[in-house]
Design a protein around this ligand. Structure first.
Ligand code: FES
Length: 111
C-alpha cells in the first residue's frame, strides 16, 4: 500500500482465515522487502519485535540515525505527573514518545 510517498507493508505472524496478505515475522519480512537504505524507517509495535527489526535493518545497512520508534507502552498518565515513563532523565510522555534509535542508545538500557 502506498499513501502519498509512504509505503506501508502489512504482515501477520500466522495464517488466519480472511487474511490474504503477507504472512511472516516482521523482522524477516523487512529483510525480504530489502528497502532502500537511503530511506527513513518508522518502527512501532511490541518491544521484542522492535528489537529484532532494528537488528535486521542494521544487517541491511541502515544506521540508528535512520530509524525511529515509539516508546508509548511505558506511558501511564501521559502528562508528566506519574513518573512511570522515565528512562534516565527522559520522560517518554514529554520528551517523546517517538525517539531515534541513536537517541535511545544515549539513555540507560531500561527499555
Ligand atoms: S506517563 Fe506519567 S510521567 Fe510520563
Amino acid at each position: 500500500m502506498t499513501t502519498e510517498g509512504v509505503n506501508v507493508h502489512l504482515t501477520i505472524d500466522r495464517e488466519q482465515e480472511g487474511w490474504d496478505g503477507h504472512v511472516g515475522f516482521v523482522p524477516n519480512y523487512v529483510k525480504e522487502l530489502n528497502p532502500d537504505v537511503g530511506k527513513t524507517v518508522l518502527v512501532c509495535g511490541p518491544p521484542i519485535m522492535i528489537k529484532f527489526t532494528l537488528a535486521g535493518l542494521k544487517e541491511l545497512g541502515f544506521t540508528e540515525e535512520q530509524v525511529y520508534t515509539t516508546m508509548e507502552l511505558r506511558m501511564k498518565c501521559g502528562v508528566g505527573k506519574c513518573g512511570r515513563c522515565n528512562i534516565g532523565s527522559k520522560y517518554v510522555c514529554k520528551d517523546g514518545p517517538v525517539f531515534r534509535f541513536d537517541q535511545l542508545d544515549e539513555l540507560p538500557n531500561e527499555y
